[in-house]
Design a protein. Structure first.
Length: 368
């Protein structure tokens, strides 16, 4: 790495970290004042507050990384312009593309990191944050039982579990409805299970008592009483992909699922014939959003390469305005994706495509 690259990167990284620190502190202060009464009522110690915000910070970083990149671009390039360092670089034969190279390289590294960070680290921290809120703050409280679980694992099969007890891994009052593949509204078989308990060794559900009904026609119904068998051994019932882990995930919010779990969740919904436009938009957005880091660099460099009045306050203002416009564009495009009017993948990338086009046009005008 050449000396000029190290010089540019040093200023850029310091400004990037400064921007992240400022925005993280702003988010924390706003959240602290909003929840101060609750924290006092729950008698939270400094250590507990520190733990809570440790869980909260990854979700903040997910949102503000592109803002930090934009702010760093504005600060760094403006400094070079104001101190005539950019003019000196151009006089030495260093083009704008050349001094942009180390910044873009850093942006690509951060983008790759952000895909992993947003897809796996943030969901895990969200789980810990929500657990803290339930157990300490009394928010979003859930019991050790999960009630009224609805699962459609196939287009013609619905499973309804009245109650699942996590401590004993036992399901009570479970019904399995199987309909005709030709006429989904006609139930052909129904299994009513009084109680079934997960057998960890056999990886199967042990049924105490169940009632199997077969409806061959309107007036022709057969009833079989089943006792002390495993769910997989019931005849005429295809394999059911159901275990305690799947049931417990029913409590998780989408933001608590990592990319792999989210993809599996979407595949299961799709296999059951359900509409998944909203989930697909959210899934692709997790992947597309980190690429805003690269786009904001190009945008920031293109609008700060000309000398203008204004200091840190101006740069902060520009960063906030551009960020609000970008996030607003993302939200508006998501509405069309959620409704199925736009392809989910295209919806997730639309804001990036538009802002990249604007950034490249500004960059082209800068050099002509």
């Amino acid at each position: 790495m050449k000396l000029i690259d190290k010089y540019i990167l040093r200023h850029f990284i310091l400004n990037f970290l400064f921007g992240l620190l400022c925005f993280v502190l702003i988010f924390i202060m706003v959240d602290l004042f909003e929840n101060l009464d609750r924290f006092i009522d729950r008698k939270l110690t400094i250590g507990m507050l520190a733990l809570y915000y440790t869980y909260f910070i990854p979700d903040i970083l997910k949102l503000i990384m592109p803002v930090g990149m934009l702010l760093a671009s504005l600060f760094t390039v403006s400094r070079f312009v104001n101190y005539s360092e950019l003019t000196a670089m151009k006089s030495a034969g260093i083009s704008i593309y050349r001094y942009l190279l180390p910044i873009l390289t850093f942006g690509v590294i951060i983008t790759v990191f952000a895909v992993y960070f947003n897809g796996w680290v943030v969901p895990q921290s969200n789980r810990l944050k929500y657990k803290f809120e339930r157990e300490v703050l009394g928010r979003n409280t859930v019991s050790g039982n999960i009630a009224n679980i609805y699962i459609q694992d196939k287009i013609n099969r619905i499973i309804i579990i009245n109650n699942y007890e996590k401590a004993t891994q036992t399901c009570s009052n479970t019904s399995i409805f199987i309909s005709s593949k030709d006429t989904l509204t006609r139930i052909t078989r129904k299994v009513d299970i009084v109680s079934m308990k997960w057998d960890f060794e056999k990886k199967d559900w042990k049924i105490t008592t169940a009632y199997l009904r077969e409806f061959k026609s309107i007036d022709n119904e057969s009833l079989n009483i089943i006792k002390d068998v495993y769910l997989s051994s019931i005849q005429n019932i295809d394999k059911i992909n159901l275990d305690p882990q799947i049931l417990e995930k029913k409590q998780l919010k989408p933001e608590e699922l990592n990319l792999s779990e989210f993809k599996e969740f979407i595949d299961n919904l799709e296999a059951s014939g359900q509409e998944v436009s909203r989930e697909k938009v959210d899934y692709y957005s997790i992947i597309s959003f980190p690429f805003a880091n690269i786009i904001t660099i190009i945008f920031g460099v293109s609008i700060s390469s000309n000398k203008r009045k204004g200091g840190a306050a101006l740069h902060f203002g520009i960063s906030l305005i551009v960020s609000f416009i970008y996030l607003g564009f993302v939200k508006i495009s998501q509405v069309f994706g959620y409704n199925g009017d736009l392809n989910p993948m295209f919806t997730a990338w639309l804001a990036n495509i538009c802002f990249l086009a604007v950034s490249l046009v500004n960059f082209y005008r800068l050099n002509n």
